[in-house]
Structure formats: C-alpha cells, structure tokens
Design a protein around this ligand. Structure first.
Ligand code: C6P
Length: 406
C-alpha cells in the first residue's frame, strides 16, 4: 500500500513535540531516525518479561532470550538475504563493523606495500579505521576520486584496482551527498581481480532493498538507529569464507571454545566475533524496526521518499544564491546545500528557532567538504514520516533566512 503519512506518523510520538513554539519538523534522519511504537514496545517487553543473559544459562528465561536473539539473527539474514545466519555478526553499528573488518582482515591479509582502496565520499567511519590499519601494516590507502556531481570516477576506479589491492571499502549511499554508488558493478570489477569488497550500507538499508548475495559483496554493514531501530546496535555481514579465516576482533567470554592458562581455542561463527554479553534488547528492537520497514515495504518507502526528494529539490531551486552539493544522477533521501553568502551554521540556528531540525556542518565527511571547498552544508535528510507540507514550511523558513541576511 502507498504510504499514508498520517497513519505512519501516529506511530512516532516524538513527532508531536513542539520546538520553540513550533511543531517539530524532523529532517535529520540520516543522523538517526525516530523510533516507532513497536520498537519501544519491544524494548519494554524484553526488559519487563524476558530479560536474561543468553547462551549461558539452562534456565527458562535464558533459553527464551537466547531463542529470541537467534531468531532476530534469522530476521537480519533474510532482511539482506545472507546465505547463512552465522554470516550475521551483531555489532554496535556500522562504525564497529568497519573497525572489526579493518582490524581483523588487515591483520590477516594485508602486509607492507599492499593497498586498501576507499572512495572520496566516505564517512569518517570508513576512512579512519583503514588509515589506522594501513599505518600499522605499512600499507597504502588509495582513494577513488569523484566528479563535481558527486559521482565516483569509474575509469579511475578500474585503474586503481591493481595487483597490490587487498580490499575495496566503499559506501553504498553517501550520507552527505545522497549519491547511490554503482556498487554491484564495482564489486564485479574488483572480483575480476579477486579483490574482496566491503560495502558501508549505513545510509542504504533504510531506503532500499539490499540483497548481499545478488550484490556478491564480501562484507556489508549497517546500523539499527538509522532505520527506525535503537542506537548502539548494528550488523556486520561477512561471507563465511572470509570470517572463518579472520582472527577475533575482541576477546573475552562468548567468543571462546576452551580456555586454559596455556591456550585458548575460539568459538565458531558468529560467536567468534561477539565477545561479551551482547546487546540483546536492542537486537530485538532492531528486529522490530525491520518488521516496521517490511510491513510498509521498501518499494513504497522509496516511492514516498523519492517523491519528497524531487519536490524538495524543485522548491529549493527557487531560492536565491542556493548552491546544491551533490547532484548525482542516482541519489536518495538526502539534499545538501548552502547559501553562497551565509554560513550553514547560521542557517541551521535559525531553522532550529523555527522548529526545523536539519544537520549543518561536514557530516563526518570532511574530505567531501574539502573537495567542494566549503565549510559545510545544510543537509535535509528524509524518512518515511516526512511530508510535502513540511518541505513547504522548510522553504518558507529558508526564505526568511534569506530576507534576514539580505
Ligand atoms: N552518519 C550522519 O549524520 P554509526 O555512527 O556507526 O551508526 O554510523 C556511522 C556511519 C557510517 N557510514 C555512513 C555512510 C554514515 O552515514 C554513518 C553515520 C551519521 O550522517 C552520523 S555522523
């Protein structure tokens, strides 16, 4: 069914908030989405009736919680169509997932003089872990360049894939530009040279269906909180063949088979990568968020958000001195811009006074801002509960900003 925003919005009590005497308009969804009732209810039910440590106790609550946690792993598996449930590793989010691979994969497979390839439009979470890992291994970090529209230069990418490349790590959707990268084609090109590929899907899973087997990516990661779920929980998908060869990332309980003071043997997948007591409640909350998305349907969500995006761009174009940052042919849910003569931060402050939440600044993607030689942008990022009316109010507010600054 097409999205009926009045019905959807009723599930998000926070959207009734007033900010500075104005109804909240929440356009900071790429930072984190708001949470529907069913996610909050799931957290409450878990702590009220099911709370227990898992994989440890023989008692009723522990068994029940273990079953729920492992069933949630199955939900994640089918959400991204992974082949096996044990290819799903629960993490704190996209950042931790990337750190896990950067640490563990590079430990095993990268040596001095090798290369890791990332792109010019990565979030800091998909830059810094590789910088650290490459420094440790005396390897080189190479960058796929992009054009003025904010699209990756595919011919340069082809040229960069070489005998020394050990891994490609690239974002599916840019958080600052909204660009959807041609990841399937990139994976094919890398695989022609037997190079594995990690896809940062933090900004993709809320907006589009992801099929890791169809993509044939080697690693894929996402965060629960950007897709209507709780904070502090996320997923790393990894192909069995890689995960089995990689050493543990963190160590302690759960990730071991047997421990003596002389020697420790490691647990099987996925537990080898899930040291310590896991975040059971938030995993279950993320499962509820996935059910929320699947009930609405990615097709309907995308249709709604694409309509809003096109509408927003058309309306914003009418404002004087506006410069769009990121005009790729394929994009989703994000419009980034600034007034040439007004600092984005000043614009953000005024919007906030009018109850409108946007993100201003570099969006944890400073190299993109350096590329465009700008201090930052105003980023409007959309979710399923946003409306055309909210965009009209945003454009009115921006017109007021223009008036104030002349
Ligand atoms: N981007 C934004 O406002 P975490 O923080 O681990 O959930 O996600 C990190 C991350 C990784 N990759 C991409 C493409 C991202 O957009 C993010 C988070 C937020 O754009 C917060 S900085």
């Amino acid at each position: 069914m097409p999205i009926h925003t009045d019905t959807v919005r009723k599930k998000f009590p926070i959207l009734e908030t007033e900010v500075n005497g104005h109804p909240l308009i929440y356009f900071d969804n790429a930072a984190t989405t708001q949470k529907p009732d069913m996610v909050m209810d799931r957290l409450r039910t878990y702590y009220e009736r099911e709370n227990s440590n898992i994989h440890r106790g023989a008692h009723f609550l522990s068994q029940q919680a273990t079953e729920a946690y492992e069933a949630a792993r199955g939900t994640m598996q089918s959400f991204i169509n992974a082949k096996y449930p044990y290819e799903i590793i629960f993490t704190r989010g996209a950042t931790e997932s990337i750190n896990l691979v950067a640490h563990s994969f590079c430990n095993k497979f990268v040596k001095a003089g090798d290369e890791v390839l990332i792109s010019a439009m990565e979030h800091h979470s998909n830059i810094v872990p590789w910088q650290i890992a490459c420094k440790e291994k005396q390897a080189d970090l190479k960058v796929i360049p992009m054009n003025e529209k904010g699209e990756l230069r595919m011919s340069a990418f082809r040229d960069l894939l070489g005998a020394k490349t050990r891994l490609v790590a690239v974002t599916h959707v840019s958080n600052a530009l909204g660009t959807i990268n041609p990841v399937k084609e990139m994976i094919e090109l890398a695989h022609e040279k037997n190079i594995p590929v990690l896809i940062d899907g933090a900004q993709a899973t809320p907006h589009m269906t992801v099929d890791v087997q169809a993509l044939d990516c080697d690693f894929y990661c996402f965060s629960g909180h950007k897709m209507y779920g709780p904070m502090g929980v996320g997923v790393l998908y990894g192909k069995e063949v890689w995960l089995n060869q990689m050493p543990p990332y963190q160590s302690g309980g759960e990730m071991i088979k047997e421990v003596s003071f002389k020697k420790t043997t490691y647990n099987e997948l996925p537990f080898k990568f899930e040291a310590g007591t896991p975040n059971v409640a938030d995993v279950l909350g993320m499962e509820a968020a996935i059910k929320f998305i699947l009930e609405l349907g990615h097709t309907h969500i995308a249709a709604h958000e694409n309509d809003l995006l096109a509408y927003a761009i058309e309306k914003l174009k009418q404002l004087d001195n506006i410069r769009f940052i990121g005009t790729a042919g394929k994009r989703t849910s994000v419009v980034s811009f600034l007034f040439e003569d007004i600092h984005p931060y000043d614009t953000g402050i005024i919007l906030d006074k009018l109850g409108i939440a946007v993100r201003t600044g570099h969006h944890c993607a400073q190299p993109i801002m350096d590329f465009y030689r700008i201090p930052g942008t105003i980023r409007v990022s959309l979710a399923v509960y946003n409306t055309r009316r909210e965009i009209d109010l945003l454009v009115d507010a921006l017109a007021r900003v223009r008036e104030m600054f002349g």
